[in-house]
Design a protein around this ligand. Sequence first.
Ligand SMILES: [Zn+2]
Ligand SMILES: [Zn+2]
Length: 351
Amino acid sequence: MVLDRPGSPLRLADLPVPEPGPGQLLIRVLACAVCRTDLHVVDGELPNPKSALVPGHQIVGTIAGVGPSAPLGTGPSAALGAGPSASSGAEPAASRWQAGDLVGVPWLASACGQCRYCRDDQENLCDRPRFTGYQVDGGFAELTLADHRFAVEIPRGGDPVHLSPLLCGGAIGYRAYSFAGDARRLGLYGFGAAAHILVQLARSQGREVYAFVRPGDEQAKRFALKLGARWAGDSSQAPPEPLDAAIIFAPVGSLVPAALAAVRKGGTVVCGGIHMSDIPPLPYSLLWGERVLRSVANLKRSDASQLIALAMAIPIRTEVRRFRLEEANEALLALRCGKLSGSAVLEVASS
Ligand SMILES: [Zn+2]
Ligand SMILES: [Zn+2]
């Protein structure tokens, strides 16, 4: 499914089978979850996408081929592969991956390996990153390519459809969750794909979740309570108790003062979206008391692989609505209308 230009619907197209280059994997796509960022790409809210782009950046598939090994010293250094599943950036693709292995491809397609952030184990902040389904073709397709160093191993037995939402929304949500520290009372603003994963993780760790939804969205409130939220209310409401931390997933800047007002002194508010409307002026008293306001940008490989391991162990069950590959436009529309509980997933092939 190809995006010819931002603002146009995706077009079903027959493309040549991609040829894996040095260090690349050829992947047979099994499932690709749809993310809010796909909407931002399709709508042109993110500048300069690849032209004739195959979107989709939450891919689970199997290895169908491995390109020749990249010559050493041309890519990210071995130190870059600090995540538990990417222990050696210079390791040849063929020794790490075998045909038929399950593999995940996340939003971060590659990082430069040379900037101060890459050298400092902050590849998510790389000065020259490339993103899947934005600057390189992604997973709204039967076959795709990925840089093997940035692909994530998925243990045997993993369910492609249910694990795919973890590869962007889930992993960035998990990163935001880690910045919430040991918060016992955690607020989640916007109860979509990421929040429905985090509420299950938070519950398994004995935390209380307070879900804030679009005013009047009773379906989202019921969904949050069903998954174990202690309280669910409108985003305009104050929580029944002050929160230790809050994560904002909805791309709505006016939620920032609301969330700051809902957290206690010393509490943290994390903005988890890649795009947000302007934040209105806010009185300093909302930030006073050592409250912390921060954002989360992208993800590290380790965020994705840690979350996948947790999800399989707890287990976390993602709520999905399945679409066929050629229904990608309908899946994007369902996400846009906010009528989804959980995630839309393109089920491209059965495993
Ligand atoms: Zn870099
Ligand atoms: Zn995403």
